[in-house]
Design a protein around this ligand. Structure first.
Ligand code: ZN
Ligand code: ZN
Length: 173
């Protein structure tokens, strides 16, 4: 069985047409992809046009060159990065300073690790941290030992202290 030569040439013509169309579409797609990608990475219009032109002229090798030379981070990523840095700096600035050595200390530290200045005291009843000038625990309402609440006599303050000590003895036994 012989193949019609005109059919064969038509077949190759169609094949070439499809191949050419595919290559042209790929070419355009690569240029569009590059343009979109560079627009997310650079604000300079000259850089944007040059990148698209590079791929338009060199096609696949151009994409390779573009991938090597393009900025590593998108503008969005850079923006997020600066936001993170700013919030970190802000958090650092909000950290309190040690009154002894002026170094930054954490809110929940009792003693400065650098100069050993006392920063906070603990409630003798519930163990929560309190500011040094406070006379009363804001968590459980227990007055600090030795600090009299207004209106109470020394005897009452001492009695409170003894009750506190007694309850601790009960816990340990
Ligand atoms: Zn210190
Ligand atoms: Zn307490």
């Amino acid at each position: 069985m012989s193949v019609d030569p005109s059919f064969l040439s038509n077949f190759f013509l169609v094949l070439t047409a499809f191949g050419g169309a595919f290559l042209a579409a790929l070419w355009i797609a690569l240029v569009i992809w590059t343009y979109r990608d560079i627009r997310a990475r650079a604000r300079d219009p000259l850089v944007q046009i040059l990148s698209a032109l590079l791929v338009a002229v060199l096609n696949l090798p151009g994409v390779l060159v573009y991938l090597i030379l393009r900025p590593a981070h998108t503008l969005e990523e850079e923006y997020q990065h600066t936001l993170e840095e700013e919030s970190l700096l802000q958090a650092l600035e909000e950290m309190p300073l040690c009154p002894g050595c002026e170094r930054r200390v954490k809110d929940d530290w009792q003693v400065c690790p650098n100069c050993h200045t006392k920063l906070k005291k603990t409630c003798h009843h519930c163990g929560k941290l309190m500011e040094l000038p406070w006379n009363l625990c804001p968590y459980c309402g227990t007055p600090v030992p030795g600090m009299r609440q207004e209106g109470t006599s020394i005897d009452e303050a001492l009695r409170d202290l003894k009750i506190g000590d007694a309850s601790e003895e009960v816990k340990t036994s």
